[in-house]
Design a protein around this ligand. Structure first.
Ligand SMILES: NC(=O)c1ccc[n+]([C@@H]2O[C@H](COP(=O)([O-])OP(=O)(O)OC[C@H]3O[C@@H](n4cnc5c(N)ncnc54)[C@H](O)[C@@H]3O)[C@@H](O)[C@H]2O)c1
Length: 359
């Protein structure tokens, strides 16, 4: 495709698919021409709101539309592989929701399929676009924090299981619990800000204390409880990653746990010359960053004045640039695969109850 054109896109999924619709609606070089999803009423309502001419039920109908050059995939995790492979086979570029897939083997097939077809494969790690994250990334890159020797990444919910008995709590469909759902976001944020150091080993544990008792449902969310369905994934995961350069990262992720956190995520970095802490309560976009340093031996705390940024708009902008102008995409499917490899290693370490070498 040549520069100056607009890309015609289709969105598959009417849940988190909404974030993609909002992102494309803000993107002048994209035109949303189709939406697919199984909830007919909700999808029609979204189509009306965003002025989308074609609404399909199954994703295969959307992929058969030759006018569509690129698709966003926001379906349950077990469908990422079949939908992405079918999309590139139909000649579409793909932006897939996180996690890339349930496991590394699936992710590898997706990356290989996109490469063989010469199509863009991007992933929605939209939190890289946050102002606090960008500032810390910049500070690390210019050496202001010195050598980063430890990081802490967490996403803790007190009562935030997205649908007890839904696909989220089904191991086969989701691939895991809060680690693969929420942990993957903060793991990506931390590794990206740190400059992607190489992981040497992983030691982890997972627990399922509240979910199996039918407690810990996300209150006030769009998800409902399906009673009587087994809870098959963890509700809390903790991991320690060791890097080849000697640094370490502590990762915690919960959907439900007896904790003072409501719905909070963040990343903090300890460096030889300075530190940084991002602490986000209930998805706040401002007042979330502190930078630690010193002036003549006196400790300092700097709190930058942050600007709120929309969620998926940056990701979609980068995706459209990749599709229309051939700009290398980041975060890419390959980066999504690297994260899934780590998630898989964390689950394996927890299962085997020991530290395991990575790669
Ligand atoms: N980046 C983020 O912050 C973020 C937030 C929420 C969810 N997600 C990801 O988005 C994905 C979807 O999660 P969700 O919360 O929207 O789940 P959801 O259950 O609310 O929505 C899934 C959607 O997929 C559709 N779907 C399922 N099978 C289909 C088919 N054969 N054809 C067409 N549509 C089909 C459903 O109809 C539904 O609209 C997951 O991978 C999740 O991890 C990402």
């Amino acid at each position: 495709m040549e520069s100056g054109q607009r890309v015609r896109v289709g969105v598959i999924g009417c849940g988190a698919g909404l974030f993609h619709l909002e992102g494309y609606a803000e993107e002048p070089r994209a035109e949303i021409v189709a939406l697919a999803g199984l909830e007919t009423d909700r999808c029609r309502e979204l189509a009306e709101r965003f002025g989308i001419p074609n609404v399909y039920r199954d994703y295969t109908e959307l992929l058969a539309n030759p006018a569509i050059a690129a698709v966003s995939i926001a379906v349950p995790n077990h469908l990422h592989l079949p939908v992405a492979v079918a999309a590139v086979a139909a000649g579409k570029h793909v932006l897939v929701e996180k996690p890339l897939a349930r496991n590394a083997a699936e992710g590898e097939q997706m990356v290989a399929a996109a490469e063989a077809a010469g199509k863009v494969l991007a992933i929605a790690f939209q939190r890289r676009g946050r102002h606090d994250v960008r500032i810390v990334k910049g500070e690390v890159e210019r050496g202001a924090l010195g050598r980063i020797y430890h990081a802490k990444a967490y996403w803790m919910r007190r009562s935030g299981i997205p649908g007890l008995g839904s696909w989220f709590t089904n191991k086969e469909q989701a691939g895991g619990g809060p680690l693969i759902d929420l942990g993957v976001h903060v793991l990506d944020m931390a590794l990206w800000m740190m400059g992607n150091p190489k992981v040497q080993s992983v030691s982890a544990a997972t627990y399922a204390e509240l979910g199996p008792r039918g407690t810990g449902q996300w209150q006030g969310s769009r998800f409902t409880i399906a009673p009587g369905v087994a809870y098959e994934v963890e509700d809390f995961a903790t991991a320690l990653l060791r890097f080849e350069d000697g640094a370490t990262l502590q990762l915690d992720a919960s959907w439900a746990a007896y904790t003072g956190h409501t719905d909070e995520f963040g990343v903090s970095l300890l460096g030889s010359k300075g530190g940084a802490a991002i602490d986000v309560k209930d998805y706040a976009q401002t007042g979330t960053l502190r930078l630690f340093g010193e002036i003549d031996g006196t400790p300092t705390v700097t709190e930058p004045r942050l600007v709120p940024r929309t969620g998926h708009a940056d990701i979609i902008h980068g995706f459209v640039d990749a599709v229309l102008d051939g700009v290398p995409v980041s975060p890419s499917g390959v980066e999504g695969l690297e994260r899934v490899r780590l998630i898989e290693a964390i689950y394996r370490s927890a299962e085997e109850g020991r530290e395991i070498a990575f790669r």
